[in-house]
Design a protein around this ligand. Structure first.
Ligand SMILES: [Zn+2]
Ligand SMILES: [Zn+2]
Length: 164
């Protein structure tokens, strides 16, 4: 996703609004069993300070993740603030976050993916109270019940008993 700063480049100390939308890259989420359900939408206000471009705005999208307990897919809405810096040259500053313009355009997708990634929990759950799968028969306990757990013995405790 590119922001075209060609016209803003001519106007120092001015700013310009951008409203962009692009499909997310599923390959970016596939490692963690996720995918994009909606395009990534960005509202950005970019300021030309004369030295560099400073962008502030919002990112929003909807992704699907796999619950770590019941293994069902669930939706996770993503909305977050975004700040980014862009410049025509990489300059002398050691700034890894700085986006260097190519042909007056700033490629912002890597920064946006970084932001989205930072919002994805390490162990995603469909809900705090997800009951997960039965350790005996593998049934999804959010949807139905089984009789395995009737005696209410945790399999780990069962193991301990054997040691006695
Ligand atoms: Zn779950
Ligand atoms: Zn069961």
């Amino acid at each position: 996703m590119k922001v075209n700063l060609k016209s803003l480049q001519m106007r120092t100390m001015d700013s310009e609004e951008f409203h962009l939308s692009a499909p997310g890259r599923d390959s970016f989420l596939s490692d963690i069993g996720g995918r994009f359900l909606e395009p990534v939408v960005i509202d950005l206000l970019v300021e030309n300070t004369g030295k560099m471009f400073i962008g502030r705005g919002r990112v929003s999208t909807m992704i699907s993740l796999t619950c770590g307990r019941c293994l069902e897919e669930f939706k996770l809405p993503i909305t977050t603030g975004l700040t980014l810096n862009a410049s025509e040259t990489s300059g002398c500053e050691e700034d890894e976050e700085l986006i260097v313009l190519e042909d007056s355009q700033a490629e912002i997708m890597p920064r946006i993916e970084e932001e989205i990634f930072s919002l994805i929990p390490l162990n995603p759950l469909c809900s705090e109270g997800c009951k997960g799968l039965c350790p005996f028969c593998g049934i999804n306990l959010n949807l139905t019940t089984c009789s395995c757990g009737k005696n209410d013995v945790d399999p780990r405790w069962e193991k301990l008993k054997q040691f006695k």
